[in-house]
Design a protein around this ligand. Structure first.
Ligand SMILES: Cc1cc2nc3c(=O)[nH]c(=O)nc-3n(C[C@H](O)[C@H](O)[C@H](O)COP(=O)(O)O)c2cc1C
Length: 477
């Protein structure tokens, strides 16, 4: 099913029966609480908040945007009725046929319906929520797209980095070490120059997905999203910064980050389920202009204790990317990869293999713990045999408790890629972490003699259920 922009997407989601509209909620913790409940409920709908207390009707927020296979499928132009590992496999197929398509420059678009500059800028005109109880402020950017240009090579990066309101024309921008927007900023700052930046706060959900995924450095997410969509993204180059902004975005703020201005940022409820990066001084964006559509719709994509909305999407996407990375690195017979939402789809990765040679499991585990798709803030990588369902934690834990001998089957890696958000690393020591690869495969050298598994094969289970299921469970099986 094709959709044109966010508003068209919302109509289609409504037709699918997956949208609820709520009136009269409060930006101060209430919208955050409702979103938290939705994140922790299976198959929950997208929620459109309108008539937010203290704001004119029409200034809306959309949350729990893509937390169903149906809505993810719609966004990615993929089937909407697949099982988890089927969806990962379908994503890989799409990635293999993916060719980047560069954006196209247009003179104007809906985002230019309203323009505020200079003294008319007041970011409080938009209903930014305080999402979590201990947040240090109102976060207007959670499902946002930050646009910057590399000062040396000229390519444009899109990244999702949180945005906290400081005052009417100033917002904090937190970018973790190693992220591409941060590398851009460091390049400008090292020359004593400000960085121009534009931040879209509501947009095509696919553009958002591109922005928050780890693509190789110097590949523009605009091209990636254009390729996924099969047509170029319309962009407008703004007068002040010359940055290309999405013509169909709902709201875009534009300004600059200066090397000499820093303000306190945080704490913020983070994707690990903690307020781990606490309060630090971070660079801010001095807003010069705000462009927005009539009755704009902002994205609300706050992290919550896992599973959250983003861990839902990343379980599929990161698994597909990592699976490819393992194959490209030459690891044969990878049968499944699952970046489990319980670990925010970063901190617990499970790889299923059919063991072919001594050291195969260790090779898969060590590489999987360092793939670009999930190396940042990684913690546990578990390798299992291919009779284990990697998406089923009961099965994975069973394999760990029965096929892994801790004395020989754990590999600890030190000084790996972490950052301020890592809850187990104390303040003052943040930056590096350690991680473990758990080899939970049957030991290769005596695999054939390993005790046989008790239980039914899928075919036996089906047969018994067919014959007796209705009687035992009192319903048609
Ligand atoms: C909802 C959400 C919020 C995020 N917030 C931040 C953030 O505040 N800072 C950050 O550095 N990364 C954040 N990330 C992760 C980055 O968006 C992600 O790593 C992305 O690939 C960064 O783009 P880049 O690779 O071009 O730097 C967030 C991701 C999501 C899904």
């Amino acid at each position: 099913m094709e959709y044109q922009d966010l508003r068209d997407w919302i109509q289609k989601v409504e037709a699918m029966g997956e949208l609820r509209t709520l009136q009269g909620t409060h930006w101060d913790l209430e919208i955050g609480a409702i979103t938290d409940v939705a994140h922790h409920t299976e198959d929950s709908p997208a929620i459109l908040f309108d008539d937010i207390v203290g704001y004119p009707s029409g200034r809306r927020i959309l949350s729990n945007v893509m937390k169903s296979i149906g809505r993810l499928g719609l966004t990615l132009r993929m089937p909407t009725d697949l099982k988890k590992m089927e969806f990962v496999a379908a994503m890989r197929d799409r990635l293999h046929s993916h060719n980047p398509v560069a954006p196209i420059k247009v003179d104007s678009g809906p985002v230019m319906e309203n323009v505020r500059t200079g003294k008319d800028v007041n970011i409080f005109d938009f209903p930014a929520p305080k999402w979590h109880e201990l947040d240090g402020g109102r976060y207007i950017g959670t499902g946002c797209v930050t646009i910057t240009r590399d000062p040396d090579e000229g390519w444009v990066n899109l990244g999702t980095y949180r945005v906290m309101i400081q005052n009417e024309d100033t917002v904090g921008l937190y970018i973790s070490p190693g992220k591409h927007g941060r590398i851009h900023r460091e390049k400008y700052f090292s020359r004593g120059k400000p960085m121009q930046v534009a931040i879209a706060l509501g947009q095509d959900p696919l553009l958002f997905l591109g922005s928050c995924t780890e693509l190789p450095f110097a590949m523009s997410e605009y091209d990636w999203v254009g390729g996924w969509k099969g047509k170029p993204i319309d962009v407008i180059e703004t007068e002040f910064s010359g940055l290309p902004i999405p013509a169909h975005a709902e709201i875009v703020i534009e300004g600059e980050c200066r090397p000499d201005i820093r303000m306190n940022e945080g704490p913020f409820g983070e994707f690990t389920g903690y307020y781990a990066s606490a309060v630090r001084e971070e660079p801010v964006v001095k807003i010069r202009s705000i462009f927005y559509r009539n009755d704009p719709i902002m994205f609300g994509y706050p992290p919550t204790k896992p599973p959250s909305e983003s861990s839902f999407f990343f379980a599929f996407y990161r698994s597909a990317l990592l699976w490819d990375e393992l194959e490209k690195a030459g690891v044969p017979d990878v049968r499944a990869v699952w970046c489990h939402p319980a670990g925010a789809s970063r901190m617990l990765t499970i790889v299923g293999i059919r063991q072919r040679y001594p050291g195969h499991a260790r090779q898969a585990g060590l590489l999987a713990s360092q793939g670009h798709a999930n190396a940042y803030l990684g913690r546990f990588t578990v390798v299992v045999d291919d009779d284990i369902d990697t998406t089923d934690l009961q099965e994975v834990i069973w394999a760990m408790t029965t096929r892994c001998d801790p004395e020989t089957d754990l590999e600890i890696l030190r000084r790996c890629w972490s950052g301020p958000l890592d809850p187990i690393i104390p303040q003052g020591k943040k930056g590096f972490n350690s991680r473990v690869v758990v080899d939970a495969c049957r030991p290769y050298e005596w695999m054939k003699d390993f005790p046989a598994v008790v239980g039914l094969s899928p075919a036996q289970k089906e047969e018994v259920l067919k014959k007796w299921g209705a009687k035992i469970f009192n319903k048609k099986i």
